[in-house]
Design a protein around this ligand. Structure first.
Ligand SMILES: Cc1cc2nc3c(=O)[nH]c(=O)nc-3n(C[C@H](O)[C@H](O)[C@H](O)COP(=O)(O)OP(=O)(O)OC[C@H]3O[C@@H](n4cnc5c(N)ncnc54)[C@H](O)[C@@H]3O)c2cc1C
Length: 292
């Protein structure tokens, strides 16, 4: 509760006035689980279907004359003016390039490789729940993340499925069985879902930085990058897009504010960062379990 109170007063100092602390039984107003001693509700927040967001943005981009080329990964960047981007079957030249491949870039941004680490996380989605059951789990349709080091996160979908995610695979590998890894987490929050079927399961990678802050910057005068949202990129990648656009148009101040944040290498460097982070995470997960 101390940490939640601390977050609330810090954010309020920065002007965020739509936060509400809930203690004890009050939590049930938002989450039908006995797992929590308290909660911080952000009344300015929301949740969305990220694939639909991407599809909508693709339509918007094409309507403005932009072109999208799928299944043509850039395999090499030849810096210069213009920049030449090589793909398996061709190349593209550009006056300016924005590198936003995040956890999937695979070596194309060597300057930053030791300063971030791809991590896998996974999600399961139940069969559609009755309206009564869905309203018992999340009465006000909020999206939730818990306060653990390896956190669980969940929300309802538009067709009343419970979408439940959690866990981290350092290095970015997927679990062999996502349902086996995530279902027990879901049941410890909502034991009444014991007989509910899981219809979908998937995983993907996000990019973790040591200080959990995003990496914005430039390689040289015409190649920009934005990455490393540490699992919270749905909103922050949009801020990145806005600030990259600003800086390309000559207004550099807001982009530079982020670019000046210093980023340290992940402990262990490229070779040992995965086992060392897994050991560190094990330690913090243990502390979560022991509630210390
Ligand atoms: C299971 C899961 C749950 C998550 N939940 C949340 C959440 O609840 N809230 C939240 O804010 N964030 C969440 N995240 C994190 C969020 O998805 C990322 O932070 C966000 O997608 C980052 O956006 P991005 O555009 O930088 O990278 P991405 O969305 O990863 O997009 C990168 C794109 O670059 C392309 N690319 C990569 N390399 C190349 C190349 N060489 N050539 C051409 N194209 C390339 C990739 O194909 C991909 O399309 C979650 C992530 C996962 C995996």
């Amino acid at each position: 509760m101390g940490r939640l109170k601390g977050s609330k007063s810090l954010w309020e100092r920065y002007g965020h006035q739509q936060l509400e602390l809930l203690e004890g039984e009050e939590v049930k107003r938002e989450v039908g689980s006995t797992r929590y001693v308290g909660a911080l509700v952000d009344h300015s927040g929301g949740h969305l279907h990220p694939l639909n967001l991407v599809l909508g943005q693709a339509v918007a981009l094409e309507s403005l004359g932009g072109k999208i080329f799928e299944h043509s990964p850039v395999t090499r960047v030849e810096h210069g003016e213009p920049v030449t981007l090589h793909t398996p079957k061709g190349r593209v030249t550009a006056q300016r390039v924005v590198m936003a491949g995040n956890a999937y870039l695979q070596g194309l941004l060597p300057k930053l490789e030791s300063k971030a680490m791809p991590c896998g996380t996974q999600i399961i989605t139940t069969e559609p729940l009755s309206a009564e059951l869905a309203a018992r789990l999340l009465p006000n349709d909020k999206a939730v993340e818990d306060c653990n080091y390896l956190l669980d996160y969940y929300r309802l979908t538009a067709d009343n499925r419970l979408l439940y995610g959690g866990g981290v695979n350092y290095g970015g590998q997927a679990s062999s069985s996502i349902e086996a890894a995530i279902r027990p987490k879901m049941l410890s929050t909502f034991p009444e879902l014991g007989d509910v079927r899981v219809d979908y399961a998937w995983s993907g990678n996000f990019l973790l930085t040591l200080n959990r802050l995003p990496q914005f910057g430039r390689i040289n005068s015409n190649v920009y990058y934005a990455q490393g949202y540490s699992g919270h990129g749905v909103t922050c990648s949009h801020l990145a897009g806005k600030l990259v656009a600003e800086t390309i148009s000559g207004e550099e101040a807001r982009f530079e504010a982020f670019a000046q944040i210093s980023h340290l290498p992940m402990p262990g460097g490229r070779l040992l960062r995965v086992p060392l982070s897994a050991m560190g995470a094990w330690f913090y997960a243990m502390r979560d379990r022991l509630a210390v």
